[in-house]
Design a protein around this ligand. Structure first.
Ligand code: ATP
Ligand code: MG
Ligand code: MG
Length: 397
């Protein structure tokens, strides 16, 4: 928490980097950091500042993220590759110590929020396809051009981008609503021009998606009304755990639900581990449900339940793969069968989509044709991001 080595407490109106950035509101947080919307007085734009906890291990992990994000920014001068752009970084001294701060472009709500607003029904296949294109473009760039594995792809690490181009928006000539602090009490200084601009924005035809609040700087927030006919775009964020494929890899990666089987059994991983997570993400967008939700039970662990759920959806894991990992013996017998979960209830994806999620047969077949190869137990057989980009499911509109 907020103690020595921990988070830096931010109040609205606080200034950073010799006064350049002014804190506006909290955007999110993680175990290592809080993320703030700030106004950049130099560029007159809104930015996001990720303020890391101050202890040494957090500072080191921030420096790693800065290193990865610098490579990403270097290869993407036009900022068109569906990956978040690093703008600046600095150190900020506070009562809890020195905090590494990352300044990035300000983006919109996460896909997690989008999925939550559409709980149990998914967001519509047209939107799933649009968002998939963005995520694939981002992954293709990371994998093929940079040799970077993200290792933590999931809905909260993909943020929406507005399709409004702020540089082409003639109404964007306002003074932003800067907030200033007086006597420790945050007082918003309302700027009339800005309010008018916000109203204008909210009424624009481009904002067909009904916005709870059209946010500043071209980012996008969603509400639960119809997304029909809206082209959505998004960007991949959160490179705190990203690795270069040619460097030494950590053993345990990915958030549980999006974790690939080779990571669980300890047989090594590569770019294709991101493709597994990508398939889980697409399924979740399409149905509103998380694909795998493993739970420990009587006589088996969360890992074993996870492997069992994978096999119930995808069929039995080939023996050669099952027994190939450093942890295989914990889960499988020498025939390649799970030791402690003997009965599997097979429910293949095309049937699941029809029977549980009321997809039409055609939609179900097309989507499972796209996703099942990405969920191949053999990582080398999974299509790459660039192969996915030319798949029928993606190119057919
Ligand atoms: P930690 O490493 O501290 O556990 P994290 O790595 O998960 O945290 P991020 O994923 O980078 O941190 O950011 C946390 C959340 O903050 C995101 O899920 C998102 O909601 C919000 N956020 C991050 N960056 C931005 C941005 N550029 N624009 C808008 N919101 C952002
Ligand atoms: Mg995150
Ligand atoms: Mg992180």
């Amino acid at each position: 928490g907020y103690r020595k080595g921990g988070y830096h407490a931010v109040r609205i109106g606080d200034r950073f980097s010799a006064g350049r950035y002014v804190a506006q509101r909290k955007l999110g947080w993680g175990n290592f950091s809080t993320v703030w919307l700030a106004y950049d007085t130099l560029s007159s734009k809104y930015v996001a500042i990720k303020i890391q906890k101050s202890a040494k291990q957090y500072a080191e992990s921030a420096l790693h993220e800065i290193d990865i994000l610098s490579s990403i920014a270097q290869g993407d001068a036009s900022n068109s590759k569906c990956v978040i752009k690093l703008l600046d970084h600095f150190k900020h001294g506070g009562p809890n110590g020195q905090h590494q701060c990352l300044v990035t472009e300000f983006l919109g709500d996460s896909l997690l929020k989008l999925i939550r607003y559409n709980r149990k029904k998914g967001i519509g296949l047209h939107q799933v396809r649009q968002l998939s294109k963005s995520v694939l473009a981002g992954l293709d760039y990371l994998h093929r051009e940079l040799g970077i594995i993200h290792t933590d792809l999931k809905p909260e690490n993909v943020l929406l981008v507005s399709t409004i181009d702020p540089t082409k928006d003639p109404t964007r000539t306002d003074v932003p609503p800067l907030l200033e602090r007086s006597e420790g009490n945050p007082v918003p200084i309302k700027v009339n021009v800005a309010e008018k601009w916000l109203k204008l924005r909210a009424n624009r035809a481009v904002a067909k998606i009904s916005l709870r609040r059209v946010s500043l700087g071209g980012a996008m927030e969603v509400d639960n009304r119809s997304l029909e006919g809206v082209d959505l775009r998004c960007k991949i964020v959160d490179f705190g755990n990203a690795v270069r494929a040619n460097e030494e890899l950590m053993e345990e990666i990915q958030t549980r639900e999006y974790r690939a089987p080779e990571v669980i059994i300890g047989s090594g991983y590569s770019f294709s581990a991101d493709m597994w997570s990508f398939a889980c993400l697409v399924f979740e967008l399409a149905t509103g449900d998380t694909l795998f939700v493993p739970k420990p039970g009587e006589g088996f662990t969360e890992d074993e339940d996870h492997l069992a759920q994978m096999m119930e959806l995808l069929g039995k894991m080939p023996k050669q793969i099952a027994i190939s990992g450093s942890r295989s013996k914990d889960y499988f017998d020498r025939h390649g069968d799970l030791k402690r979960i003997r009965r599997l209830k097979f429910w293949p994806m095309d049937k699941l989509l029809v029977e549980k999620y009321s997809f039409t047969e055609t939609d179900a077949n097309n989507l499972s044709n796209f996703l099942c190869p990405l969920l191949d137990f053999e990582p080398e057989k999974r299509p790459t991001a660039s192969q996915c980009l030319v798949h029928k499911w993606i190119t057919d509109s």
